[in-house]
Write a protein that binds this ligand. Structure first.
Ligand code: DAH
Length: 336
């Protein structure tokens, strides 16, 4: 019996509780009516007289210890709870959880992608560092042609063949080398030009290139695609106008203007009183470009376009300084 008492004593001493239900099971097991200790007291009755002298005090000690331990456990839990409660002051105003927002350039880019995807275009990607062939030569910019100077280029000193792309048109070439027609893709990305930074010009900005190649693709398809885009982007009443232009890689080439969505065409500051604003360059892919990529220009034709994401964002939100996009000024960014 003494052994049983010792065993229970040990159990009680090493018992720990982290919640009230554990304390309750302690109470039931060691203190309650049907506890082990009460069982021991029952057995104690049948113990021979001389053993009672030794076992009696031991049993009483065990009973006291169990009660004492129960009190300690209960106290431990409440003081713990008090401590947690004092750390959380429920009367304080809530901590403001400031959420970031998506950069306006990214928002415009996503919107452009969404509109072209609905017209069956997929998204392709290309490198920001490329070679002269993909950025210029294959796009029909002859060596030393003044058209190369339309875009001031950052070259890599060590290797004049390597440059930071001046437009996303380099991806047209990469794509046509990789994939044969039909092609219907847009290619968003960052481009670089060696320009003095001002409200109207920056040394890096973003473009979305478009390319559609197939059998019997005509100027009508170009016009329809960009008309649909303009109405989705700037509103259902938007009209478009195509102005003859020049790019080495398209023939014929056209600049796409939209009717000014601010003044509706009557003339304002945004459209410089003309009623029209330019949104993209475009044209029918020059047969030389197709041939440079191994595509039979007798069989296939296509159109291409390129638009500036900053420009479209500035028009949409009536912003007048390009630098805002790259200054990381939260007062600006939080407004989107
Ligand atoms: N790459 C031209 C630029 O950066 C934009 C452009 C014009 C792209 C006409 C085209 C295009 O694909 O057909 O100014």
């Amino acid at each position: 019996m003494l052994d049983r008492i010792d065993k229970v004593l040990e159990e009680i001493n090493s018992f720990t509780a982290s919640n009230s239900s554990e304390i309750e099971s302690f109470r039931i097991k060691y203190v309650g009516k049907k506890s082990i200790i009460n069982e021991l007291f029952e057995d104690f009755r049948n113990v021979p007289g001389e053993q009672k002298k030794e076992l009696g005090p031991a049993l009483n000690k065990l009973k006291n210890l169990a009660q004492e331990r129960l009190r300690e456990l209960a106290e431990g839990l409440t003081s713990n709870r008090d401590q947690v409660a004092s750390e959380i002051d429920v009367t304080l105003p809530p901590i403001h959880n400031s959420e970031g927002s998506i950069h306006p350039i990214s928002q415009t880019k996503s919107r452009i992608i969404e509109i072209f995807e609905r017209q069956g275009f997929n998204v392709e990607d290309g490198p920001e560092i490329d070679n002269d062939w993909n950025n210029f030569t294959a796009l029909n910019f002859p060596e030393n042609h003044p058209a190369r100077e339309m875009q001031d280029t950052y070259f890599i000193e060590r290797d004049p063949d390597v440059l930071l792309r001046t437009h996303t048109s380099n991806v047209q070439i990469r794509l046509m080398n990789k994939k044969k027609p039909p092609i219907r893709s847009i290619m968003p990305g960052r481009v670089f030009r060696n320009e003095a930074i001002s409200a109207r010009a920056h040394c890096f900005f973003h473009q979305v290139e478009g390319l559609c190649i197939g059998e019997r693709i005509s100027f009508k398809d170009l016009k329809n695609t960009l008309y649909y885009f303009s109405r989705e982007m700037f509103g259902k009443d938007t009209k478009i106008r195509l102005r003859p232009s020049y790019f080495p890689f398209t023939e014929p080439s056209a600049e796409i203007d939209i009717s000014c969505f601010i003044c509706g065409g009557s003339g304002c500051k945004i459209c410089k009183k003309t009623g029209w604003v330019e949104i993209a360059g475009s044209g029918m892919v020059d047969p030389n470009v197709l041939e440079n990529c191994g595509i039979d220009s007798g069989k296939y034709s296509g159109f291409a376009f390129g638009m500036g994401i900053e420009r479209i964002t500035m028009l949409k939100y009536q912003l007048d300084d390009l630098r805002l996009f790259s200054e990381n000024d939260l007062r600006f960014l939080k407004q989107f």
